[in-house]
Design a protein around this ligand. Structure first.
Ligand code: AMP
Ligand code: MG
Length: 513
């Protein structure tokens, strides 16, 4: 093996040796680890016994410059479970702070995430970072054990890939490795490590950290790092200029708006939208007590620990703004004045509305080439959501049924989704007036590409977890396959697109993971 025990520290920035893990032309790159030490602590993952890999993502491996054959070998299990490092890796945990549930929480940091390094390859010339979640304690673990349990790791793996399949910006999952090492939560659980992949794992909280310490030099270095690496247009403005950091904030606001619009359109509740769980690149990150809505409920709270409903489904767009406001405050010393900062934050509002229009217009099958007034789209969507709320209509299934009914020219029959409510007929007429006559096939095709047949409902994740806990990974693998292409029909998988069973209502997911 070219790897060695994690206990033997990898010297920083080892040049990539001829390496069995990497594709030709791929190499480890000194990205985040090239920043000054104030941003992180170099460290090793803590080994665990008897690692076993249960999920691997060949397509992602290919895309990030890893050889899929390597991913199938024993060395990958050791590396991606945290027992070994490859030459060229430069493992570290980064420091960040943040606001949790509306309150300043002070220093947090990668308490159980360890960045192994970044790979640049012909397939991903901009570079992709590889991070292990659950690979042991770091200086930022506080009271935690640095570990993640099997159930939450299965949920993170499946959901990040489900979001990718839906076309929602997200961190990705490369592998899931388990160990029989006991992990103590409310009960004794199994340890697991998910290898996550993203261009960067920098969060709003990274900026808040240095702002809170009044360390403007580090604040600027970090902003410059993100701008130069990931935001070419913003990088046109000179380092140190107020324009650069205002444009940076506006860019983050815009990316966040695009992400939030997709969440809302797909009925996705994140559950823990703390500023330390907000990606600076506008990626969905840190899958904890998330949930895709079953029946539509604007006030749905998916996180059992969120007693006040701060992160209820319909509040997510406002919370994202609140979080961006915190980021704006952190960047204020670089931007210079409040008015410019507020103006940059306005980008969130100006970007959110059209992003929502696009996402909802696509769900309705509207032709993107013909402009439809925003109030017209809202005028159709809002009464539909009100009916769904009133009749507890299944959110994803209804949209798919609507797509099918457009294809079959059978819209009136959908009234059964609303218990025969006469309001549906009024709505149907209004909706139908919006569609182009004689364009049903094209409209339906747009709708089938915007309204997924399969979403990762809580009970589906739970079934995969229960089976995996008993050693049966088949339900997990089945979900993995189906959720990779959720808009397609998967014959024989109709059960994964059915109404949730009654017990699904009683699943309680909290922050404990
Ligand atoms: P989360 O609510 O999962 O986003 O986590 C908030 C903070 O707690 C982050 O700094 C995490 O790294 C840390 N954390 C969560 N669980 C653990 C754990 N089991 N061990 C160490 N740190 C943890
Ligand atoms: Mg987090």
């Amino acid at each position: 093996m070219s790897s060695r025990p994690a206990a033997a520290a990898a010297p920083a920035s080892t040049p990539a040796a001829a390496d069995s893990a990497l594709q030709p032309g791929a190499q480890w790159h000194n990205g985040f680890a090239g920043l000054p030490p104030v941003f992180y602590t170099r460290l090793q993952p803590t080994p665990m016994p008897a690692l076993a890999m249960h999920a691997r993502n060949d397509a992602l491996a290919q895309q990030m410059g890893l050889r899929p054959e390597w991913l199938r070998g024993s060395e990958a299990t050791e590396v991606l479970g945290g027992n070994a490092l490859l030459p060229g890796m430069d493992a570290l945990a980064s420091v960040y702070s943040g606001h949790q549930f509306g309150h300043w929480a002070g220093q947090l940091g990668d308490g159980r995430a360890i960045l192994l390094g970044e790979i640049r390859s012909p397939a991903a010339p901009q570079g992709l970072e590889l991070q292990l979640k659950g690979a042991g304690k770091t200086p930022y673990s506080r009271m935690g054990d640095g570990r993640a349990v099997l159930r939450s790791s299965i949920r993170e793996y499946l959901c990040s890939e489900a979001m990718h399949g839906l076309g929602v910006p997200t961190t990705r999952a490369l592998s899931l490795v388990t160990s029989p090492q006991p992990i103590y939560r409310e009960t004794v659980e199994t340890a697991a490590v998910v290898a996550r992949v993203a261009p960067s794992f920098v969060r709003f909280g990274h900026f808040e950290h240095f702002a809170a310490r009044d360390d403007q030099d580090s604040l600027r270095k970090l902003a410059d790092y993100v701008v130069v690496r990931y935001m070419q247009d913003v990088a046109q403005h000179a380092s140190g200029s107020a324009e650069r950091y205002a444009a940076f904030l506006a860019e983050v606001a815009e990316r966040t708006a695009r992400m939030i619009a997709r969440w809302q359109a797909h009925g996705f509740c994140h559950g823990v939208m703390n500023t330390d769980n907000m990606s600076i690149l506008g990626l969905t990150i840190d899958y904890g007590p998330f949930q895709f809505l079953d029946h539509y409920d604007a006030n749905h709270i998916c996180n059992h620990s969120d007693t006040g409903g701060r992160y209820a489904f319909a509040r997510q767009p406002q919370v994202a703004y609140w979080n961006l406001f915190c980021l704006g405050q952190a960047l204020l010393p670089l931007i210079g004045d409040e008015a410019t900062t507020l103006a940059a934050l306005e980008r969130y509002k100006t970007a959110l509305e059209p992003a929502m229009q696009r996402a909802l217009g696509a769900k309705l099958g509207l032709d993107p080439a013909r402009s439809t007034a925003p109030e017209t789209v809202a005028g159709v969507v809002n009464p539909l959501l009100a009916m769904m709320q009133q009749h507890r209509t299944d959110y994803s299934l209804f949209w798919r049924a609507l797509s099918q009914a457009v294809a079959d020219d059978s819209l009136p029959a959908l009234v059964h989704w609303f218990d025969g409510d006469a309001a549906f007929e009024t709505w149907r007429e209004q909706y139908q007036a919006l569609l182009q006559p004689g364009d049903a096939a094209a409209t339906a095709a747009r709708m089938f590409a915007a309204n997924p047949r399969y979403v990762l409902r809580n009970h589906l994740g739970q079934q995969a977890i229960t089976a995996a806990q008993q050693g049966d990974w088949a339900p997990f693998a089945r979900l993995q396959t189906v959720l990779a292409t959720p808009y397609a029909e998967h014959p024989g998988c109709e059960d994964l697109a059915a109404l949730p069973p009654d017990w699904a209502q009683h699943i309680e997911i909290s922050c404990s993971s």
